[in-house]
Design a protein around this ligand. Structure first.
Ligand code: SF4
Length: 374
């Protein structure tokens, strides 16, 4: 295979990886430009296996989007409604949000993942009380809630600093931040597709503050729309630089653009090959981020399985309900049982490891055997 890597023009990059030399922006662009997807995948898989062997992580979680009312108008978004009362808009009461967790009292879930639209009329206590309520119902559950874009919005709306918002949410039970809202960090792209969101510097600064407060976070990248290869790699390098500073990132999560029911519907969705290549380049560029996640709802189940040979070592979790991607045309189911996820990982030739949000292992590959013999 090394012969093929050299023939594909990736010999110098392979040499750098062997020597532990960091890849540059030019290297990243060269990887994207290389037409030999297998050679790229082989290099990415080598890095994946150096870190994780055949291990593939997933978790038992639920996802909750408490409101889709949002003052922003991101071009790729099919989920948001501008005003309360607009057709298709909704805002859960706190009781309704808490019920989502109460209804799953019998499930051994370890994480609640919450992201929302940027609602202009809710009080800050809606969010702090939501967290407190979740912890009352399940004191041991990990609350991974609110993107950095939401944190910036809260700070501006309620007249607080970003740090105050994070501290107050942490006091109410927030454990970590999800990686949404990063899109593509380049100004050119943000201005065109998500001009209402906070800029890249503030997004990264909020993650930096969260890390300083002891929280772990993830970073996503929305790919497959108007971004250039340079802008993709630049995005990865900004995440890598933050990680050098703080060490607080757990996972990098490439998210495929879905074109249904939004203002960018004329663009095609990225292909499966593109998805594999983005995961592969992410693994190679982000040498200091432990995990590359193939979020099965965004990538598609089969492509996410393949991505486990292209740099990814995590599939996210059971999810249970999902609106953001399904309103944009995702054809995946909205939920998977842990049995289905484990089977998916095994049939991809990898070993399933259930983890909690912080990647503590809850059940290794032997769990399948135990359930068969129990
Ligand atoms: S992506 Fe988020 S911030 Fe943008 S319009 Fe949709 S819900 Fe609002």
């Amino acid at each position: 295979m090394l012969h093929r890597v050299h023939a594909a023009g990736l010999g110098e990059i392979a040499g750098k990886l062997d020597a532990g030399v960091r890849l540059t922006l030019e290297d990243g662009v060269r990887l994207f430009d290389c037409p030999d997807t297998l050679a790229l995948g082989w290099l990415a898989n080598r890095e994946r296996e150096k870190r994780h062997g055949a291990r593939t992580y997933y978790n038992y979680n639920i996802r909750l989007e408490a409101t889709n009312v949002c003052v922003a108008s991101c071009l790729f978004c099919s989920f948001a409604r501008l005003r309360p009362g607009d057709p298709g808009s909704y805002t859960m009461s706190l009781e309704q949000a808490w019920d989502k967790l109460r209804q799953r009292a019998g499930q051994p879930l370890t994480e609640v993942h919450v992201v929302n639209g940027l609602h202009p009329d809710l009080p800050f206590s809606y969010y702090t009380e939501m967290l407190r309520g979740f912890k009352r119902i399940r004191p041991d559950v990990h609350l991974k809630c609110f993107t950095a874009v939401e944190i910036a919005f809260f700070a501006d709306l309620y007249g607080k600093t970003d740090e105050q918002v994070l501290r107050e949410l942490q006091d109410a039970g927030l454990d970590s931040l999800p990686g949404g809202g990063a899109e593509v960090f380049a100004d050119r792209v943000r201005k065109k597709i998500c001009d209402d969101k906070c800029g890249a510097d503030r997004y990264l600064a909020i993650h930096r503050i969260a890390h300083g407060l002891g929280m772990r976070t993830n970073i996503t990248m929305l790919y497959g729309h108007i971004e250039t290869m340079e802008e993709r790699v630049d995005h990865m390098l900004r995440a890598r630089a933050l990680q050098d500073e703080t060490g607080g990132l757990q996972a990098f999560i490439p998210l495929a653009f879905h074109p249904d029911n939004n203002q960018m519907r004329k663009l095609p969705a990225p292909s499966a090959v593109e998805t594999l290549r983005v995961h592969g380049v992410s693994r190679l560029m982000l040498d200091n981020v432990p995990h590359i996640k193939a979020f099965w709802i965004a990538a598609g189940v089969e492509t996410a399985q393949l991505a486990l040979w292209y740099g990814a070592d995590d599939l996210d979790g059971t999810v249970q309900e999902e609106r953001i991607y399904h309103m944009a045309g995702s054809k995946t189911p909205e939920a998977m049982t842990t049995t289905a996820i484990r089977r998916l990982i095994r049939s991809a030739g990898r070993e399933p490891y259930e983890r909690d949000t912080l990647y503590n292992v809850i059940a290794g590959p032997e769990a399948d055997l135990q359930s068969l013999t129990a």
